[in-house]
Ligand binder design. Structure first.
Ligand code: HEC
Ligand code: HEC
Length: 498
């Protein structure tokens, strides 16, 4: 039973990310289909994945390490807790660094003829009612996230803006229920349910860490536990369409399972083993010993232990700087570019105001040592959800032109109150703005942890970057970096070893 539902996801990931539209893929699909039949037909006693079991991706192999000694795939994270056959692992697959790669979604679509629970209409289709349309999950790995628009009549803290949909490609951008409650549909990538001990916000818009923030060393462990418990309840009720929340035992099993996990790239086709080879410290093995507390190495000078910001955020490939293996040397150069290459940050709500510019680096925003999220909650709007059609900032336009944005609704938010009254925003994802109701939060979302990237393409919250080259091309234009083609390749080579 268990393997009947789990095996297609597991195998599709194991066999990896085969580019679309070739005969190799057809052969792989046949092979996977045979394997699924064979393995589901036979009883398998072992319900653990060994630590560091390698999963193929385009750059090499990724892997997960659990501090419990192995990855137990029999617990509630892998069980059907709702009514539509989904488990947490439907969207957080071990083969995909506990995220979901679009290639995995595609493979599952073809293997199961669209019947995998991933494609449940509630949020695996562009709209929860009407005709089923799985294109966004199949092509971009996107899940529909419906967020209630803060009510603007009787609430003590009314939103500072009104919201309308100016582009509504699927017909459910903004819906109103019988109570008059509005819900906005956004389309977001599953964030990895691993490396969670390094978080400073839970969910792209931080909505699961509002009440118990992850901004203080003393309360961090307890708040993270509380947030992840509530997150698991909400995920079960929404994604799995459960009629009741999981039991408290199931919840604590889910949260301790997740918190024990670290995932990262393990092996690179050209550089070889990423951990322990000539002093390298890549791979998931090193992560349990990586120090972290809220505010560590804060780039804005707020480290609670008074440590000054060190831009050398990633140090795992320093030992390869003089390597005679050309790929290893390129990866080490890429790490240095990430740490120190000057870039010009402008028009980033949450960081800059007005026409202010900041001379920074990638690590101004990605400052948590060797993991690369921001160590304090700092949601930002770097422009990834803006619409080319409505955008006026030339740097954002140039950046967006490097991406393949999915077809998504565009919302118009008009600020009616507060210091930004009169301003108008166009975005496919208002981010934290829909949680707080504040104009200053519109479009702001967190930067994810940058480990295990190769296992979970595409990138950015809306999957707009099909691969890491597009990510780098975006930044090169967006923040006017002026990288040479060699530097861009070095940066890509580095990012895909994380
Ligand atoms: C249908 C797909 C789907 C299922 C099923 C699902 N998730 Fe998620 N998960 C997502 C998406 C999409 C996001 C990001 C949503 C957002 O930011 O608004 C996410 C975010 C998360 C995060 C936040 C990570 C971070 O960096 O903030 C955690 C933790 C998580 N999920 C755990 C779970 C657990 C536990 C379950 C099972 C109870 C589960 N998920 C089921 C799609 C899914
Ligand atoms: C001004 C702040 C800022 C700077 C500078 C910055 N980033 Fe980001 N980064 C973010 C934010 C915010 C996101 C999330 C955006 C989204 O999901 O749409 C992000 C997302 C990413 C992602 C995608 C992660 C994922 O899981 O989808 C990668 C990769 C990345 N950044 C790499 C870089 C590199 C490389 C540089 C330097 C060239 C850089 N960033 C500079 C803020 C920044």
């Amino acid at each position: 039973m268990f393997y009947q539902t789990r095996m297609p996801e597991f195998l599709s990931g194991l066999l990896g990310k085969i580019p679309a539209h070739n005969s190799l893929r057809r052969r792989v699909i046949v092979l996977v289909a045979i394997l699924v039949i064979v393995t589901t037909g036979s009883a398998i006693a072992d319900i653990y994945l060994p630590n560091l079991l390698p999963f193929l991706d385009l750059a090499g192999f990724s892997a997960t390490n659990s501090t419990t000694g192995s990855v137990d795939i029999s617990g509630p994270f892998f069980q059907t807790l709702g009514t539509n056959g989904r488990t947490c692992a439907t969207c957080h697959a071990a083969s995909d660094g506990f995220g979901l790669s679009a290639v995995d979604a595609q493979l599952r679509y073809y293997i199961t003829n669209g019947k995998d629970p991933l494609f449940a209409q509630v949020d695996g289709s562009t709209c929860p009612t009407g005709p089923v349309n799985n294109t966004l999950v199949v092509n971009n790995g996107l899940i529909r996230i419906g967020i209630q628009v803060p009510p603007n009549t009787t609430d003590a803290n009314p939103p500072q803006f009104t919201i309308t949909a100016v582009e509504d490609p699927y017909g459910c951008a903004l819906t109103t229920d019988s109570q008059g409650q509005q819900t906005a549909s956004m389309y977001r990538r599953p964030l990895p349910a691993t490396n969670l001990g390094f978080l400073s916000a839970v969910m792209f818009d931080g909505r699961e860490s509002v009440t118990y923030p992850l901004n203080n060393e003393q309360t961090f462990a307890a708040n993270l536990n509380t947030d992840l418990t509530q997150q698991a309840i909400d995920a079960t009720l929404t994604h799995a369409q459960a009629t009741q929340p999981p039991t408290s035992t199931q919840l604590s099993q889910i949260v301790s399972f997740e918190l024990a996990l670290n995932s990262a790239q393990l092996y690179d086709f050209f550089a070889g083993n990423l951990n322990g080879q000539k002093g390298s410290q890549g791979g998931p093995q090193f992560l349990p010993t990586q120090q972290y507390y809220p505010g560590i190495n804060d780039s804005l000078g707020g480290d609670p232990n008074g440590q000054p910001f060190n831009p050398n955020v990633f140090t795992i490939y320093t030992a390869w700087q003089n390597s005679r293996n050309s790929r290893q040397a390129s990866i080490a150069r890429g790490e240095q570019i990430f740490n120190t290459q000057a870039l010009t940050i402008s028009d980033v709500p949450g960081l800059t105001t007005g026409t202010q510019t900041i001379a920074g680096t990638c690590t101004t925003c990605h400052d948590a040592p060797n993991v690369g999220d921001h160590s304090f909650p700092l949601p930002l709007d770097i422009g990834t959800s803006h619409s080319l059609q409505y955008e006026t900032d030339p740097n954002i336009i140039a950046g967006l032109q490097q991406l393949q944005q999915p077809t998504a609704p565009v919302f118009e938010l008009v600020c009616t109150q507060g210091t930004q009254a009169g301003q108008v925003f166009y975005t496919s994802d208002p981010g934290k703005g829909l949680i707080s109701g504040q104009c200053s939060d519109i479009g702001r979302i967190k930067g994810p942890i940058l480990r295990g990237l190769a296992a979970r393409a595409p990138y950015f919250h809306n999957g707009a970057a099909a691969n890491l080259s597009q990510v780098v091309n975006f930044y090169n234009k967006r923040f006017q970096i002026g990288l040479s083609s060699q530097q861009m390749q070095d940066l890509v080579n580095f990012l895909q070893t994380l």
